[in-house]
Design a protein around this ligand. Structure first.
Ligand code: HXC
Length: 514
């Protein structure tokens, strides 16, 4: 064959693979409002940066007439490209080819890419759109999943792993995204579940649509499996790119500093928190009032809203924020908010992102439901993750810091490097009303005017503990600060902690309560 005909043959082969599952399947994909696998990758990455690999991989199944089928690229497009000029590994399952189902060679394309990402310190982005294990390949497809899960675990805390769900992601297949750091879903397009509606109908006799079982809204609002919700695929890719502005490329790096501006307005405490300490406010207003560019990139915005997590910047540097949200359930800690915060704290710690904790918490949520749902076990996760975190830990107590909540929200006792408190802080075992009712019960009951005595005792307890000065006099708070100087104090603390080295007792790993 001449060189020219070899080239013609090469381009013909390439074009054929690029057709995916053929015109009809591609039209069906588009009719569902979905982009094709390669279009998705091109929309996500920097323009013209995608370098596809393993284009000519073929499936290895001989059964059920599969030997006669040529599944282009074996239903998954893999390769490398760049985001903001930096290299990333990306795969996109191609639903037009056998429903994006995962056979052994399909899985091997993914695991080869994962090995590449781990050894070169590149983020891994997976776009999932698949009918799950390729039924014709039997246990070989299960083996493929196992090999992916294994690498997800090895890569955890080493490189960022991002999952984008753009179609079905069913059965055990959901466990790869669940092992990754951030899961993105798109309204009406993403579907995640372990057992589908048909199985549920057969086993339990209950009817439910795929959307109601595991659609994008369910995964962001109810289960907390997904971290980001978008209305379209293109909006989703923009969100993924935005995330990359805040995180480092691997665990030996810090996130790049970015040129930013201080917030425009001078901080005024009276504009962000109400005078009456029982009234709620939005903790995000405080974050935006002190962060660079008044920017806050919130994560898991729609789930466990009684705690807020996300990234902000101080002097251009990424900081992970964990804040109680007085607007929702008075900002208590419960099962879900403990899980949400604990996982985020571990992410920040693994990727060298300092933590800023904003405290306004009445305590852990009381109740039979919470006790039976395991608030002890889940609540322990937040204690564990703050205690083990070695990144700079800065805490600001804004208002209430009561009971276990005081300890759990990155107190000095869990290793905070700086604990600041506003003059509005109230640091005590519990709120004055509850405390007075317990410790002065006899005096109140035996008084000629129990209500007046109760009020007097509440005031007595309040005067003693509903302030930051007892904690400050014991050194549990480093500094009671002028709220106007909040940002300056945080910037100073970050500067002081820039070269923090925290040594840990040698061990293989702890036994985190998860
Ligand atoms: C092989 C599959 C497939 C699969 C879909 N296809 N899923 N082929 N193995 N798992 C093929 C279809 O046969 C069809 O081929 C093409 O993909 C498109 O599928 P449609 O059914 O036409 O698409 P749609 O109507 O959009 O329905 C999508 C779907 C449905 C809801 C995902 O295909 C479906 O229910 N698939 C099976 C899902 C499933 O039970 N998977 C196994 C889960 S268990 P043709 O040739 O007709 O175009 C699992 C275990 C993993 O994953 C464990 C890991 C630990």
């Amino acid at each position: 064959m001449s060189i020219k005909s070899k080239l013609v043959d090469f381009f013909k082969r390439k074009d054929q693979v690029a057709e995916g599952g053929g015109e009809k399947a591609v039209a069906k994909q588009k009719a569902m409002g979905k982009l094709t696998a390669r279009d998705r990758i091109n929309a996500l990455l920097d323009e013209n940066s995608f370098f596809e690999t393993d284009l000519f991989v073929k499936h290895a199944c001989q059964d059920f007439n599969m030997d006669k089928k040529n599944l282009n690229a074996d239903g998954v497009v893999t390769g490398t490209g760049t985001i903001f000029g930096l290299p990333v590994c990306v795969f996109a399952q191609d639903f037009t080819v056998a429903g994006g189902s995962l056979g052994l060679m399909h899985a091997r394309k993914i695991t080869k890419l994962m090995d590449h990402a781990i050894s070169k310190g590149m983020p891994l982005i997976g776009i999932n759109d698949s009918g799950g294990a390729r039924i014709q390949e039997g246990v070989n497809s299960l083996a493929g999943y196992g090999e992916i899960f294994y690498r997800n675990t090895l890569a955890s805390g080493v490189i960022p792993q991002i999952s984008i769900i753009l179609g079905p992601c069913a059965g055990g297949a959901v466990y790869s995204p669940a092992l990754t750091d951030f899961v993105f879903v798109v309204d009406k397009i993403s579907k995640m579940f372990i057992t589908g509606p048909e199985v549920i109908k057969t086993v339990l006799g209950e009817e439910i649509s795929m959307e109601d079982l595991g659609g994008a809204r369910v995964q962001t609002d109810t289960t907390g499996n997904a971290h980001f919700f978008s209305n379209s695929e293109l909006e989703c890719f923009e969100q993924v790119r935005k995330l990359f502005l805040y995180i480092p490329w691997h665990n030996k790096k810090k996130a790049d500093k970015i040129k930013t501006q201080p917030p425009q307005d001078k901080f005024d405490i009276e504009k962000v928190i109400p005078t009456d300490s029982k009234k709620p406010y939005d903790i995000r207003d405080v974050i935006r009032a002190i962060s660079d560019d008044s920017d806050f990139f919130e994560i898991q915005e729609h789930w466990a809203q009684n705690i807020v997590i996300g990234f902000a910047r101080f002097d251009g540097e990424t900081v992970g924020i964990v804040g109680n949200q007085p607007l929702v359930m008075a900002g208590v800690l419960d099962v879900d908010s403990s899980d949400k915060a604990a996982r985020f704290i571990r992410y920040c710690d693994a990727f060298n992102i300092p933590l800023l904790t904003l405290v306004d918490i009445p305590g852990y949520l009381p109740g039979v439901d919470q006790e039976h749902a395991g608030v002890i076990r889940h609540g322990a996760k937040i204690l564990y993750s703050y205690s083990e975190a070695t990144v700079p830990k800065i805490t600001l107590i804004l208002r209430k810091a009561y009971g276990g909540g005081y300890i759990a929200m990155c107190s000095r006792h869990l290793g905070a490097d700086f604990v600041f408190a506003w003059p509005t802080a109230e640091i005590a075992v519990m709120g004055p009303e509850g405390a007075a009712n317990i410790i002065f019960r006899n005096e109140i009951n035996n008084s000629s005017d129990p209500e007046a005595t109760r009020k007097q005792k509440v005031q007595e307890y309040s005067d003693k503990f509903a302030n930051p000065y007892v904690a400050a006099s014991n050194g549990h708070v480093d500094s009671v600060i002028n709220p106007e100087e909040t940002r300056d104090n945080i910037l100073h603390a970050l500067k002081v902690c820039a070269n923090k080295k925290d040594t840990q007792i040698e061990r293989k790993h702890g036994i985190a309560p998860f």
